[in-house]
Design a protein around this ligand. Sequence first.
Ligand code: FAD
Ligand code: UDP
Length: 405
Amino acid sequence: MSRAPQAPYSERNDVSVLTNYDALIVGAGYAGAVSARRLAEDGGKKVLLLERRDHVAGNAYDGWDQNGIWIHFYGPHIFHTNDKRVYDYLGRFTQWRPYEHTVVADLPDGRGGRMNFPVPFNLSSLEIAFGPEAGKALGDKLIAAYGAEKKVTILELRQNPDPEIAALADYVYEHVFVHYTMKQWGQRPEDIDPNTTARVPVFLSRDPRYFQDTYQAMPAEGYAPMFEKMLDHPGITVEVGVDALKRLELTDGVVKLDGEPFGGAVIYTGQADELFGFRFGPLPYRALDFRYEVLPQDYFQSHGTVNYTVDEDFTRITEFKRLSAQVKPGVTTIMKEYSKAYTGAEGEIPYYAVINPENNALYAKYKAEADKYPNLHLLGRLAEYKYYNMDAIAARALALTDRMI
Ligand code: FAD
Ligand code: UDP
């Protein structure tokens, strides 16, 4: 990856170099990095990629902590996809290490202790929660109602009129969903976008995995090295630590870069509201606080992620050695996630769009504004105001650049 000088643009004298770029990309997460590589390599374009943070990889960024543990800096990132094209494309820039994520809930057992059961709540969870016999009977009943290996969302399950199934639905709602969702979103499951809780359905199976995708793996050396390799192409210039909005101007259908009209493709992967100066009001997001703890022990918990579904103020604890398979005796790093409303304060990051009809309508105003600029493309989790996983964003970048090349 060729890194341009870090001095503010105004201090540089080689202004003319900018006019040589065919494409401008804002943001070096999946949306920006996959697009940059495609346009440079398969489109033969000269690409300028601007990233506000001091590193590439967006929220997938990872690296060593001060204790020599490989950690994820913006929350646990587990790669999984059914999209072979995405898996193979990213696989050009990394070896994959097979990894299947499993999660348990940790909650009070009602007798003064704590209990764990698999999440998504499944047939094994039922037996842990209700005892082997009653749990098995309930499982059989659910299978008779919905079918073996089926996934049923909690909101669907709560519609079931059978009193036994309704009581079970209430149990799962209370012990898995309502408190966790209140912590994560500040709202009850029935008041948020149904697709959100549908990500973690009740699963009529003994499969303990969090995901059932065909391809489940982690980049063997980490996400950041995969991004470095992806961006290492002579057609790509990356500038990190640069806020593109300080250099862009959007007026009357014309995008200007450093005061000059820029006619090439512009792929913007940041917040849509920020791009247009919040002129219709800010789009709501959820932010997170990550609190890391270094512990003098081999391991802290049994699984990569443990969800605290009933009590505690944090939603979940991730133990990074479990994700990376790093062998390092006597020390481990864990991270607790605390969710809060995004306020736009300095240093806060908008991690999750708060999807609902009202906010979607507000987003549509920004999208309509963007559509007035023929060479401007909004791409990515922030720019499209959607709850997309990594693979979905990579797929969208491939599809957009297919159309552009
Ligand atoms: P981002 O990664 O957010 O990249 C956008 C980039 O644009 C950022 O680097 C930002 O700094 C930059 N930018 C914004 N504005 C400007 C500007 N004005 N100038 C310059 N640069 C700018 N997905 C999974 O598949 N599996 C998981 O396990 C998973 N776990 C997650 C856990 C958490 C806590 C979160 C928040 C997300 C998780 N995701 C997961 C989703 C994943 O992070 C996203 O799908 C992916 O990062 C989206 O890529 P992106 O390029 O759209 O956005
Ligand atoms: N959820 C829950 N309890 C859990 C796990 C998930 O209530 O133990 C709900 C919660 O609303 C959460 C959503 O399901 O925001 C999606 O969970 P997922 O693990 O996919 O969230 P992410 O990893 O994207 O934060």
